[in-house]
Every structure is written in C-alpha cells, then in structure tokens.
Design a protein around this ligand. Structure first.
Ligand SMILES: [Zn+2]
Length: 323
C-alpha cells in the first residue's frame, strides 16, 4: 500500500475515503458516482470530472484513479479512457473543484495531511510526530470510535485486553488509537497507527508517556515487562503478563517515571535487533538500582513479543536471565 505526498505532507488516508469525502464536498454536480471499488482493486472508478467531455455531451464517462502497488504508476494517477484526460491526484481534486492546484493541495492537507518533518526511523517502524496541540482529554472523548477491529485479532490481541486499555479504531483514518492515560484517567496522548502502513503517530512537543504505566501504578503491580510498541505491550497482557511500552527510544523522562513506579522486577523485552539492544542499554543505565532487571532473549528469528505464539512466549519467559 502507498502514501500520497503533497508538498511537505504525507497522506495515508485511503484514496477511496478521500474521494468519498470529496464527492460530499462538491456542489457543482461533478463526481456524481464512485462507480466501483472493492478492497484489493488497483483502480477506483469514478465519473470523469472533465467538464468538456466530448463537447459536454457525455457526463458519465469512467475515470480510473490508480491505487495499486506498481511504483511505475504514480499513486492516485487519474486517467479517463473516454476523453484521455489524465492528471495527478492533486490535479483531479482541482478539476473536481474547478479550482487551482494550490487550493486542491490546501484542501487535501487541511483534512488529511501529516507534516512529514521529524521522521524518526526506529528499525522498520517509522515514528512521525505531526504538529498537533496536546491536551488532556477525558476518556469519554474516544467514545465515538469503534471499540474493535478484526486487525487487532490479526495482531494476536484479545478483545478483553483491548477493552481494558481502551484501544480504539478510527474508521475515518483507518488507524488504531492507543490512548495513554494518567492515573486520574485522563488521556495524556493518543498515539495512532494505521492498519495499512507501519507508521506510528505521536503528538509533537510533548514528552512521550510510558504506555500502560498508569495501569501498573493503579494496580500496584511490581513485576512487569517493558517493550517498544503498543502491540508488543498488549500481546504481553493478552498472554497474561503485565507490561509497559516506550514507543521506541526510551526517554529520560520515561525512565524516571518507571523509577517512581511500584515496579520491582522489570523484564527487558525490547526488539531483537540492534536498535532494541541499544534501547536495552539505555534503560539499564537509567534504571534505579532497586529495580531488578531480567533479560528476555527472543527465539532466533523472532523480533518482538508480537511475533511469538503463546507457547513460544511462555518458553521465552522461563528462560529470562538476570544478566
Ligand atoms: Zn473523461
């Protein structure tokens, strides 16, 4: 699957979703129909927005919008087979609105754009921090989102665990939302991850919280695992082990939060790769000496808790060592 780039922004929202919203925004009668689209199709077929189609006599010609994986064809490339009109996706939006490409870009960025600055690459996960104001929100502010999506089961997570940690699915962006709470139950941050791409989105200009640490504190849990991503953390809970997560590189503030928590035994379960080993060393160096460290060694070829079956997970935990 692919990402649309518009100037300094990336757009991950599936183009079918954008086209649907575009059609609702139009008042000029263009884009009358989205003629066909089903998951896995290489093209979205819509009514050609070219006004001058065959001298204006034909109004229902089909235009293809390319959403396939062939990198030789630009993502979102539009072509009408009847009038030969072809353009980029931005050009298509402009044609629909009968406006400039600048306006089209603005319309797209305002609704779907995520600033592509500060791209931090941690292994194969790209963490992008969009500019977004951070605010503490009541937990109920996520109530309008879906509580479950089959993708969560695909990632081995149980429904009970997802409900316990208020994991949500936002159909408007095709993203899983992993809210992080303070101990009072307010949302401090709501990182998101697309179910299509591997990108995680964290709010910018705010310290990263420790994922699920509020749960550890509220329940006075003294033995926990620490992993990189929310899927890893939730896998641990699904398999019966309390855990916390750092969203990539552990920050000094995060380590400080862990030091102040009730945790007495911490299983270091960062990813089984060079970045994960660096993170393990960072945590080890910053952790209060009162916390006993155990090292989890992943089976060969397995990268993180989310890749393990229940049995592999049990075996791995049994083999965890003190050094
Ligand atoms: Zn046409």
């Amino acid at each position: 699957m692919r990402i649309l780039r518009v100037d300094n922004y990336i757009i991950e929202t599936p183009l079918i979703e954008i086209v649907t919203q575009l059609r609702m925004a139009l008042t000029n009668g263009k884009l009358r129909e989205i003629k066909s689209w089903s998951e896995g199709d290489d093209n979205i077929v819509v009514t050609c927005p070219n006004r001058h189609h065959k001298g204006g006599r034909e109004h229902s010609a089909a235009m293809n919008i390319y959403v396939g994986d062939n990198s030789k064809i630009p993502y979102g490339f539009c072509k009408c087979w009847a009038c030969d009109f072809q353009c980029t996706f931005v050009g298509f939006v402009a044609e629909c609105f009968e406006c400039s490409e600048d306006y089209a870009k603005h319309w797209l960025i305002e609704r779907f754009g995520i600033l592509a600055e500060n791209i931090i690459i941690t292994d194969d996960d790209i963490v992008i921090k969009p500019k977004r104001a951070a605010a503490r929100l009541p937990a109920a502010s996520l109530d309008h989102l879906q509580s479950w999506h089959p993708y969560l089961a695909e990632r081995k997570l149980s429904r009970e665990v997802c409900e316990l940690f208020h994991v949500k699915y936002d159909p408007s962006t095709s993203q899983i939302v992993f809210p992080c709470f303070d101990v009072a139950g307010n949302i401090i941050m709501a990182p998101r991850r697309s179910i299509v791409y591997k990108n995680f989105y964290l709010d910018k200009e705010q310290d990263k919280p420790v994922y699920c640490l509020d749960y550890i504190i509220k329940n006075n849990i003294t033995t926990a695992m620490i992993c990189e991503g929310p899927f890893d953390v939730l896998t641990c809970y699904t398999y019966g082990y309390p855990a916390i997560g750092t969203f990539g590189n552990p920050s000094p503030q995060q380590i400080n939060e862990i030091n102040k928590s009730p945790i007495k035994v911490l299983y270091l379960a960062m990813d089984n790769d060079a970045a994960g080993r660096r993170m393990t060393n960072t945590i080890k160096a910053g952790l209060d000496p009162r916390i006993l460290i155990k090292y989890v060694e992943w089976p060969a070829g397995k990268k993180d808790p989310n890749e393990l079956s229940f049995d592999e997970f049990q075996q791995t935990m049994k083999k965890a060592k003190m050094s």
